[in-house]
Design a protein around this ligand. Structure first.
Ligand SMILES: [Zn+2]
Length: 111
């Protein structure tokens, strides 16, 4: 599936915090591994920023996140992501060669 189509799909997803849809210009693709896509999304309504991992294919779209309400509270208090953070993640995912499940079983993304 093309990146522009996937970005439009993500723009139809509603913010976990306030329930407003994301704007297309605030959905950034960080990377992809097979049907798993990684996004950085910013909610223009409540000004929260999220990392979203989603499986996307032509038959179905499922949004998943490992954020619990406690995670959301903790991340709201964290420093905002910078463009360098996004570029670092993009480079990491672009060069990642391992099993995708290992990516989520590490503490690499804990703040
Ligand atoms: Zn929001």
């Amino acid at each position: 599936m093309e990146e522009r189509v996937v970005r439009k799909l993500m723009a139809s997803v509603k913010c976990n915090q306030c329930g407003q849809p994301y704007r297309l210009e605030n959905v950034q693709v960080l990377g992809r591994h097979q049907d798993m896509w990684f996004f950085n999304v910013y909610c223009a309504h409540c000004h929260n920023q999220y990392f979203i991992a989603a499986t996307v294919n032509a038959d179905q779209t499922t949004t998943i996140t490992d954020l619990t309400p406690a995670d959301v509270t903790r991340l709201q208090k964290a420093n905002p992501l910078t463009s360098d953070d996004v570029l670092d993640m993009h480079s990491y995912l672009k060069n990642y060669q391992g099993d995708i499940t290992r990516l989520f079983n590490t503490n690499a993304f804990n703040i």
